[in-house]
Design a protein around this ligand. Structure first.
Ligand code: FRU
Length: 535
């Protein structure tokens, strides 16, 4: 069977269902990625911890599942969790098991043979389950985070996703020995703005203006913290930046940060969920990976025999202004680049489209930047006050032709020869109280001719001032996934696409401007990408 939607460098196993990334880590120089995996089918169920390793985050070797349902405490599934490197460097998995009643329990597993850098075999602790839910929370108690040590007391802490009295909550548990855990007096954080939290994570970020990462365990003055949560049933990962009050063991978001899906910061504004990060001690960086699900039906998943991808690993750090995270594909991706195409700076006329020649459109990496003369910016449309929500503006304004304003301009990727099929990644500029507001969007309405799939349009504001800065866009294209990074990674949008015409050699990339004003392309580099080895 032809498989036009399988990816060339985004991680996926040969067949079957995957969802959340679990317990990513580096151990003895080898990267480990575990993930929710159904060994039997292309639909969710029978969850095991699939396991793969890599030396460069590009090529992956797939091993047998590290955990499969086997005991009363996980017989209905080995659900999501994390790895913690203990003081002596031993990796320990904390994961959620579902018992026969579907009660969610936290369990521990450790490697059978620490001298095996691939850590193929894992042993479940005799003490399992090591954390059990409070009455009434049996199905609202899952996804342990990476644990960290208190700076003064040497006591381990971990957070678990929970909903308490209707509020999204990260409950805190403490332990002296990683085996016996008790719930802390109060949760690390909670909000009445959302329901159940899945896959919560707290990690430190540096405020020194570098892109370096720090270990979850590191605690010192002048560090900020990120709390990331995935809101059940919404498909949204969002985060706040704040401080961790070590005395009271609570997280306090900075002023202006909201625990709210409408106006909170999202890790990615597209299709992207259950992200998980880890500190890469080999390169002093923090790396984030997330699950990107299919936007077609379950029936189609069964026919193609697989479902779900992982994002390409991203380095993440705190932006210089301290107001948001920045994300960028790890540099190792660049080893796949070949046949660079550089196009000179040029004017992109209103209403024009031009192809980027000489690139394999189904497997590519494109970096483009735009600069907009101030006289043109003055022509931008006013942002109507009723459009407070960026997703809403995108739904209304999208990328369509004959727009009156500055933009939409950007890239048409996975586009067919005559552009009846494409996914548009674009910028659009609005005026608001004498300032300019940049909207970044992804319009997938025309991404698959004759196919049923989710056609939502994604959008988000980009914190870049087009008066003083160029507008940069990097887009990774890989057969059925498009990951875009605006403003050097300040705003990210990931989508899936299932082209029926723009497949393999028939996939093209165009630069387009559907606005009513010319804009300047100040730089453009595009690369074809080699296939990674994933087997
Ligand atoms: C998130 C999630 C987790 C759970 C796992 C089960 O996608 O629902 O909360 O542990 O997936 O596969």
């Amino acid at each position: 069977m032809a498989q036009p939607y399988r990816t060339a460098y985004h991680f996926q196993p040969p067949r079957n269902w995957i969802n959340d990334p679990n317990g990513p880590m580096i151990y003895k120089g080898i990267y480990h990625l575990f993930y929710q995996y159904n060994p039997e089918a292309a639909i969710w169920g029978n969850l095991a911890w699939g396991h793969s390793t890599s030396t460069d985050l590009v090529d992956w070797t797939i091993h047998p599942p590290a955990l499969i349902p086997s005991d009363s405490y996980d017989i209905n599934g080995c659900w999501s969790g994390s790895v913690t490197l203990l003081q002596n460097g031993t990796p320990a998995i904390l994961y959620t098991g579902c018992d026969t009643q579907d009660t969610q329990l936290q369990n521990l597993a450790i490697p059978k043979d620490l001298s095996d850098p691939y850590l193929i075999e894992w042993i479940k602790s005799d003490h399992n389950p090591i954390m059990v839910p409070n009455p009434g929370e049996e199905t609202l108690f899952r996804d342990p985070s990476t644990a960290w040590l208190g700076p003064d007391d040497g006591i381990w802490r971990v957070i678990i996703g929970n909903e308490r009295e209707g509020n999204g909550t990260a409950i805190l548990y403490k332990s002296k020995d990683f085996i016996h855990w008790t719930e802390a007096e109060r949760p690390l954080h909670w909000t009445n703005e959302t329901r159940m939290w899945e896959c919560p994570e707290i990690f430190p970020v540096l405020v020194d203006g570098t892109e370096n990462g720090v270990d979850t365990k590191v605690i010192f003055q002048g560090i900020k913290y990120v709390l990331k949560i995935s809101v059940a049933g919404t498909g949204v990962d969002y985060y706040t930046i704040g401080n961790y009050d070590h005395e009271n063991d609570v997280y306090i978001p900075d002023d202006g940060f909201v625990d709210n899906i409408e106006s909170g910061l999202r890790v990615d504004y597209g299709r992207f969920y259950a992200s998980k990060s880890f500190f890469d001690s080999a390169k002093t960086r923090r790396i984030l990976i997330a699950w990107v699900d299919e936007s077609t039906s379950r029936e189609i998943d069964i026919i193609k025999g697989w479902s779900g991808l992982q994002t390409f690993p991203r380095k993440i750090w705190l932006d210089k202004a301290g107001k948001q995270l920045v994300q960028w594909p790890v540099e190792e991706l660049e080893t796949l680049r070949k046949n660079q195409v550089i196009l000179p700076a040029t004017t992109l006329k209103a209403g024009s489209k031009s192809e980027i020649p000489g690139v394999t459109g189904a497997q590519a990496d494109v970096e483009i930047s735009f600069s907009i003369p101030i006289a043109t910016l003055e022509q931008a449309e006013d942002l109507e006050s009723s459009w407070s929500n960026s997703q809403e503006i995108c739904r209304q304004k999208a990328s369509s032709a004959n727009s009156t304003g500055v933009g939409p301009f950007g890239l048409l990727v996975l586009a067919s020869n005559t552009i009846e099929e494409y996914t548009a990644v674009f910028f659009r500029i609005f005026k608001k109280n004498d300032k300019f507001v940049v909207l970044m969007g992804c319009d997938q309405k025309r991404s698959a001719e004759g196919f049923e799939y989710d056609t939502s349009k994604y959008g988000a504001f980009l914190d870049v001032d087009p008066v003083t800065e160029k507008l940069s866009l990097r887009t990774l294209i890989d057969h059925s996934i498009v990951e875009s990074f605006g403003g050097g990674g300040k705003t990210c949008i990931t989508t899936r696409a299932y082209p029926t015409l723009a497949i393999n050699d028939n996939a093209h990339i165009f630069v387009f401007n559907n606005g009513s004003h010319d804009v300047e392309v100040s730089g453009l580099s595009a690369w074809s990408l080699n296939r990674a080895q994933i087997n």
